[in-house]
Design a protein around this ligand. Sequence first.
Ligand code: ADP
Ligand code: MG
Length: 624
Amino acid sequence: MTRWLPASAGDRVRWAAVAVLAIVAVSIPPVANWYEDFTLGDFSSKFAIFLASSAVVLALWAMSYNLMLGYTGMVSFAHAAYFGIGAYVVALGSKHFHLPVLEALVLSPVIGAAFGLVSGIIALRAARLYFSLLTLAISQVLFAIAYQWYSFTGGDNGVHGLDIPDAISTYAPQYFFVLGVTVFCVLLMYGLVRSPWGAALLAIRENRERARSIGINVKRYEVSVYTIAAAFAAVAGGLFAIVQQYAQPEMLYWTENATPVVITLLGGLGTFLGPAVGALIYVVLQQYITTSSTFKLYFDITLGVIVLAIVLAAPGGLVSLPALFMRLRGRFRRGEPDQAVAESRGEAIRMLDVQKAVLAEAIHAAELETGAGLLKLEGVSKRFGGLRAVEDVSLEVRQGDRHAIIGPNGAGKSTLFNLITGRLKPSSGRIWFEGREITGKPVHSIARAGIGRAFQITSIFPRLTVRENLQYAMLAHRGLTARPFGIASRIFRDEAMTLLEAVGLGAYADLPAGQLSHGDQRAIELAISLALGSKLILLDEPTAGMSPFETQKAMELVRRIATERKLTLLFSEHDMEVVFGTARTVTVMHQGRILVQGTPEQVRRNPEVQKVYLGELDVEEFSA
Ligand code: ADP
Ligand code: MG
């Protein structure tokens, strides 16, 4: 039954680490008891188990923080507030409302999520840096409430002395209870990050702009992860109140957010179990430093130096050490360079099956009829200050057409594409797609409506594998990323493979996309736009930066896939050979305006066009 064994060496190391962590977690109380007997009472097992409970609570808190920081890159200063709120729910529930502790603990994520949702919606109205500042403000407001509302929260005294049920009032049972709740939460989080919903988060972290253009509503996912992280933080806070028997306003203070960040950095940012390992180390370190006569007074400095050393030595945190070690060992043994880098030398595009391309061309010739209007622009303009980048452009792209927009540099081609895809809002004019107006709609809804794009500057998800790049695009475009269950990397696996084979990238499916050569990354860029299965595909200088040979191959590929999948193409291009070899309609832009439009033949013969291009191109090339 080898199917059940983890596939790669990395996976095996990971699962071994999980097993070790689980064994350590479960054996702490019995080992502590045994050690107490062994030292004849010099060592307090109660205290050790109490520390272990604190470490587990910290681990859950840090993992909830990492859900945001590691998976979407959001830096929040309000996360401690949700942790504190969770603690207050349990403490106040027990004190004021005679709510059994366990019921209050179930309530804590609900209340934490409610606070998270409201403040998340407010904070996420702002862009990155301002988001962090807004969370800081929110955190201060929540802190002030906890600190000053004496009659309810007890003000700066906090709430002390909870009614802990007998079953979990002694150390070892309490530890196992805390561990059980934490493991349950961790499994839920693990399910989430592997689901299509988690895939959307990763896509956002890797490349926000690209994530939008494959149809992901970035803001909505950010609000949802913020809310969910707040809910888990509140559970951690509730557990904290049970273990420590108090809730205090200081817990909500914004500087408290340093703890989960430090833990995450220690363990490994963006790795799922990193914070758990980090929390363990943190508690041990803290205990050691505060009881050591030398370092006691310098807790923050000592901790800071240790964190700095670890981050510099192993940027991926402690959990990256085994992988780092394995790679070093592998290199040492074979003396080979990183295999991935050596593998991709931009060969993919060259290896394309020309035979197939020619065949597809023949099919295409039979289907030359273009259909009804698919995309329509009416008087679209875009001004940047005084500059008229696009001026009064009216244009129709018909179903099944291969429509080229050409023009010298600065003619407004990229701007026009950004207007169509929603990245820029037109200053005036209107745009319709399939008869529905899309003027000024957000990027992700236009993408979902059926307009895919490849960027002029390669824009992919560098740390995801090549296959995942396509799988996630397919998930997002078909609206499946809202699913919080299932395993994202198993959905559309075959479809993605088929497409990768078609673009000649099959051999690199499992490599991180960012490790491929420029030419191959360009092919991924194209493949993403094709993976979307959009009706209309916008390619902004798809062959930018490619050699003439690669250009020819890439365009063969585009033509073939456009034909096979019955796509409509709207592309801009600098290279005239590419234009006349691929386009069936050509629009020439000059200084933001449309100069001429027609078949390649008509455009080629147009004297005005020749004039515009005279400065830029060989006349020979043009009239060839
Ligand atoms: P093309 O893609 O045809 O080379 P662009 O659409 O990139 O042309 O640019 C058209 C004009 O608009 C250029 O003069 C460019 O400098 C200007 N432009 C493009 N984007 C911006 C922007 N974000 N802000 C200001 N000016 C811009
Ligand atoms: Mg451009």
